[in-house]
Design a binder for this molecule. Structure first.
Ligand code: NDP
Ligand code: 2IT
Length: 448
């Protein structure tokens, strides 16, 4: 082991000791810092100034009570979180997740990932994440509204255009952002468009933000395929999830000539070998907020599978767009054996470390989430630009900017990996390129 590797091992031990019971946070940290030894060797000041140690410690962590009443008047208590992880490159920026599995460690893993993702965009945004263990499933609109109002009644004092700018993530879409913004406006007596992104374009939101994460993950896949001399025309695709990211990944795949044959939700997946009908998926998931299995009511020839694995279906391209650790070692092996060309992570940390290792050792091009799904937060930063200048851009212009940003991220990752002797390893490229950017700013600011 080199000195740099020993140092990284010691840092990781400390991270585990100081953050007990947070396995997802440990996993996210390990995946990044394990690739940083060559950077420490090249830049001794990063070690002297303890940049990695500082980058692994969130700048601030806020936890608060969120009481609300359901439609029957019963009182419920949830827990709210907002973690500001790193503000070296700009105000804290990152989504809010409402899901019953949310714990502090979940938010810390997501905020940590966000540090590197946001740096890759090249835009002036630091990193944060928040959310709650509230489960929006099965709740009425008015229950969701009362929850959001209660959540914002505490959150409002911690956010601001120049401080911290939340957006959506799992369980938080345009409906929730609307209720959150309404409560902020009411409490503060100020119409501050720049305090949240993912707003509806009818009142200060940016066109393309809704589509951006899914579209971006497809643009990233396209760039990886280009390097291999391949393209999306006729490619058979699997997309897990059927939420915001999955739906718009499928939309872009289809418009570029690929054929999406399966998508899922937390209960099971649908397989439609004639190609998924996206209008039906949108109707079931976006409008009716129902289960994906209802798809087969409209398409009786499609199959619904409750206990099988979506990754067992042979494909050319896989886009995990649901949740963390949804694609394990066995699934990775199956994808590789089935001749899959590329994996582009629309979700955050969807592949387990063992799955990632297999991809990196194979011919599959593997696009890690912090690069492949950065289109969402990048377009949030474009929304901030539009809000700051009281302007709004056309769909075409914004999508063009998104595509340029994704191409730049791809090239940055590819070239950085090559510079450090890891040609084709987008994980190493993404980690090193983003770490250097954050580290340089942190060095400039001194010990803060
Ligand atoms: P949504 O809440 O809109 O959708 C999540 C989807 O994933 C739902 O279809 C959900 O099913 C499904 N899902 C959840 N858990 C599982 C599971 N264990 N197995 C299979 N499917 C599951 O969230 P988003 O689409 O916004 O987010 C998806 C992922 O993308 C997350 O990892 C998020 O952090 C990441 N991401 C999101 C961005 C954004 O802009 N929204 C930006 C970058 C990354 P069900 O309906 O049953 O719950
Ligand atoms: O994981 C993510 O990048 C997001 N949920 C989007 C964050 C944002 O601020 O748009």
């Amino acid at each position: 082991m080199t000195n740099a590797q020993q140092r990284i091992e010691a840092i990781f031990e400390q991270v585990i000791k100081r953050n007990p019971g947070e396995p997802e946070f440990h996993q996210a940290v390990r995946e990044v810092i394990d690739t940083l030894a060559p950077v420490l060797e090249k830049h001794p000041s990063y070690a002297e100034q303890k940049i990695i140690e500082r980058i692994c410690e969130p700048e601030r962590q806020i936890i608060f009570r969120v009481p609300w009443q359901d439609d029957n008047g019963e009182v419920h208590i949830n827990r709210g979180f907002r973690v500001g992880f790193n503000s070296a490159l700009g105000p804290y920026k990152g989504g809010l997740r409402f899901h019953p599995s949310v714990m502090l460690g979940t938010i810390k893993f997501l905020a940590f990932e966000q540090t590197f993702k946001n740096a890759l965009t090249g835009l002036p945004i630091g990193s944060g994440k928040g959310g709650s263990d509230f489960d929006p499933k099965g709740k009425s609109d008015s229950e969701v509204m009362r929850f959001c109002q209660s959540f914002m009644t505490e959150l409002y004092r911690h956010i601001g255009e120049l401080t911290d700018v939340p957006a959506g993530d799992m369980g938080v879409g345009a409906r929730e952002i609307g209720y959150l913004f309404g409560q902020y406006k009411r409490i503060t007596n100020r119409y501050e468009s720049g305090i949240l992104t993912g707003k509806s374009p009818s009142w200060g939101g940016a066109l393309v933000r809704k589509e951006a994460t899914g579209y971006g993950a497809v643009f990233f896949a396209e760039e990886m395929l280009k390097i291999k001399g391949r393209d999306l025309e006729g490619a058979k695709c699997l997309v897990s999830g059927s939420g915001n990211v999955a739906i718009y990944a499928m939309e872009k795949l289809q418009s570029l000539g690929a054929k999406v044959v399966a998508c899922s939700d937390s209960a099971g997946f649908i397989y439609d070998k004639t190609g998924i009908d996206l209008n039906t998926v949108k109707q079931v998931k976006e409008v009716e907020r129902q289960r994906i299995k209802n798809y087969v009511n409209e398409h009786p020839d499609a199959e619904y599978h409750e206990n099988d694995n979506i990754w067992d279906i042979p494909c050319d391209l896989a886009l995990p767009c649901a949740t963390q650790n949804e694609l394990d070692e066995n699934s990775a092996r199956t994808l590789i054996n089935n001749g899959c060309m590329a994996v582009s992570e629309g979700a955050n940390m969807p592949c387990t470390p063992e799955a990632v290792r297999l991809f990196l050792d194979s011919d599959v091009a593997y696009g890690p989430g912090k690069a492949a799904n950065a289109g969402g937060v990048a377009t949030s930063a474009l929304e901030m630009q539009q809000n700051a200048s009281r302007d709004s851009w056309s769909f075409e212009h914004t999508e063009k900017r998104l595509k340029e940003i994704m191409t730049n991220i791809h090239n940055d990752c590819y070239n950085t990996a090559e510079e450090f002797g890891y040609k084709g390893n987008y994980m190493v490229g993404a980690n090193i390129a983003s770490f250097r950017r954050v580290a340089e700013a942190m060095l400039a600011f001194g010990v803060i």
